[in-house]
Design a protein. Structure first.
Length: 255
């Protein structure tokens, strides 16, 4: 009896069959579900190169199952860089830190990252209306719209781009549940005799996998600045006693 036909041979063939099954078996539920929309990521990294004076911004946005929203910001103008974090808690309280002398104007507001994240997701929707699950290889983007404007809005700010506008670039998978994008957005800035062609580049990656939120309940609040979206919020007085993020979440959720 040869070695291949004996017990050792059967064992080797069994391991080989198992390895091949693992390599070629479908990964059930591993890819992005077909119903997933571009607005559904748990995390988005966005780099924006604005037209004009060399202004560049990078944002990392994280969504919590609890409803909180965390944004890491890096804002660049020639000769100056500001970095910081902004956390929206219960859609009512805003925690911020790290923006230096610009804390009041940059840290307490989510308008800039929210508007630009909206723009990126709207453009991705136009680039691939069927959603991120449809992108299984490098997809070239070529969109032109001469009719429909793009409207952007947060609780305290609005913006938008009038038609005509166009979009080119590419979208591609990164792993099973991530999609990277590199988009060039062309639009008209100004109106009337002051109108001129402009463009911006939006690059980044949207992650649709479940992931832990970077800030647990145990996060201390000592080095964060707390502001409220509504003046006279009912939880403001009690929140002064909160020492951790979990305590603040509980106060806001239970008032």
């Amino acid at each position: 009896m040869s070695a291949a036909a004996g017990p050792g041979g059967r064992l080797a063939r069994g391991w080989l069959a198992a390895a091949l099954w693992l390599l070629f078996a479908p990964l059930a539920g591993a890819d992005i579900a077909p119903e997933t929309r571009w607005a559904d990521p748990t995390r988005v990294r966005l780099d924006v190169e604005f037209p004009g004076d060399g202004y560049h911004a990078s944002w990392n946005l994280y969504r919590c199952d609890c409803g909180d929203l965390l944004v890491h910001s890096e804002l660049n103008v020639p000769g100056e860089v500001e970095k910081g974090e902004t956390l929206l808690v219960g859609r009512r309280a805003v925690l911020s830190r790290g923006f230096g002398d610009h804390q009041a104007e940059l840290g307490a507001s989510l308008d800039a990252p929210a508007l630009m994240m909206q723009l990126a997701l709207r453009l991705l929707e136009r680039a691939e209306p069927s959603g991120p699950g449809r992108v299984t290889g490098v997809a070239e983007v070529d969109v032109e719209d001469t009719i429909n404007p793009i409207y952007l809005e947060t609780r305290s700010a609005t913006g938008g781009f009038q038609a005509p506008w166009s979009l080119d670039g590419e979208i591609a998978p990164v792993g099973m549940k991530q999609r990277r994008f590199d988009l060039h957005f062309h639009f008209t800035a100004g109106a009337g005799s002051a109108a001129q062609a402009a463009s911006m580049r939006l690059r980044g990656q949207a992650d649709f996998a479940d992931s832990d939120f970077p800030l647990p309940d145990s996060t201390p609040l000592a080095d964060w600045q707390l502001t409220w979206r509504e003046e006279g919020d009912a939880a403001a007085g009690a929140a002064e006693r909160a020492a951790t993020l979990g305590e603040l979440r509980k106060l806001i959720g239970g008032d």
